[in-house]
Design a binder for this molecule. Sequence first.
Ligand code: ATP
Ligand code: MG
Length: 470
Amino acid sequence: MSAFREGTQSACANTSPLHEATPSYAFSVLATLEAAGAESWIVGGFVRDALMGRAATDVDIATVAPWQEVRAVCKAAGFATHQTGVKHGTLTVVPDGTHAVEVTTYRADGAYTDGRHPDHVAFLNSIEEDLQRRDFTMNAMAWHPARGLLDPFGGQRDITAGIIRVVGDPERRFTEDALRILRACRFASQLGFSIDDATFTGMVRNKFRLAQVSTERVTHELDALVIGEWVHDALMRCVDVLAFVLPELAAMKDCDQITKWHIYDVLEHTAYTVQHAPAERLVRWAALAHDMGKPAAAFFDADGVEHFYGHAAVGARMARGMCERLLMSPTFRTDVELLVRRHDDVIEPTARGVRRALMRLDGRVELFRALLALKRADTLAHSAEGAKRATLIDQLEEVLEQVLGDDAAFSVRDLRVDGCDVLSLGVPEGPEVGRRLQAALDAVVDERIPNEREALICFLKSLDATPCNP
Ligand code: ATP
Ligand code: MG
């Protein structure tokens, strides 16, 4: 063993969480490689999460053996293998027919001319050099059940202190790969860690390089960030960096809200709203976007009170633009836009009020539940005065359950008539058919007529002033 390795090995580290967390299938890959003479370690995120006591799933192994040798040894042991990234030295091994372990040859990354991918990788003989190419100290540790923890950059110390710190010089590491900038923001949100000052300065100075990162990678990191457990703190800390990929945030920062309902500027109110929302992708993104329209809609009245009339409509358009830019799916874009558009709607806590609100969401109950979750989170992110309105959401949830129990109609699909009925009354094919069905639904939701076929046909005829019983 090299002097360097002995010097950096963490003799007093309590690695029992690693023993406990490591699944037996990962041990069997490690043992198989070592029995064939190939030094191998468990590395990266798995080591970090296990030391933190977080549920860790994907196991990565780093090995001195080239991938062809890994494949031969694993095949001889009866393990399935897949050549998932052999260009970069990665072979996926499935030792038990179910669980995959990524085995990667020790490597150093060559120059990054595109700021994203190494132009070439060099395979190495030393785990220490392999750890050196990794992004953050907490991700640059290796563990072996017999040899212990290898922690050359103080990853354990930083985990204990809750600090995200780049391995080496921030300027160089973010120049090599700008995705690391967003990974830092995302880890801050997932782990609740602060970002070391020099690392943060490097992130801000190199944020312009995010223009070189593919949109898919950006969105992947942002998705993880918005559902993070410490998303409020991460948004507040990282806003100046995130604004490069979410420019909508820039105007929200320092946009005051001079009303009795608010105590935060739009950005901090938004950060709290996201934090209070359940950790689900749709409602969290809608929470992030819900007040994006406020800076554009803001004005003061003669008494110096600020108003944001129309901000939901402006915000809905901005939310759509954001989702399109981030290449989110068409359904997701529409749903975020709809939630933002409706987030400030007043909904009466009555069966009729809830049915009408459901109708505006095309009868989609799950979207209505997401809207209530958004409204609740929004309310909780107000001043104490504003937060009192959370009881209204409780009432709305109760009424929703009653309405669902009543089997009421709140979408044209629920009506006991359809387009064919409208056509058979002599209405020509075209948008008028939908308009008449919508008029019938309005009447049912308002309880002017029951959702019964005869009454509906009668109503549809009445639209042409045709008597019901000629
Ligand atoms: P998670 O799996 O929770 O997203 P992770 O740290 O395991 O977190 P992976 O993308 O699975 O992240 O990467 C595995 C390891 O590879 C990391 O822990 C880190 O050591 C290294 N790594 C990943 N991406 C980079 C990068 N862009 N630059 C440098 N090292 C990286
Ligand atoms: Mg991982």
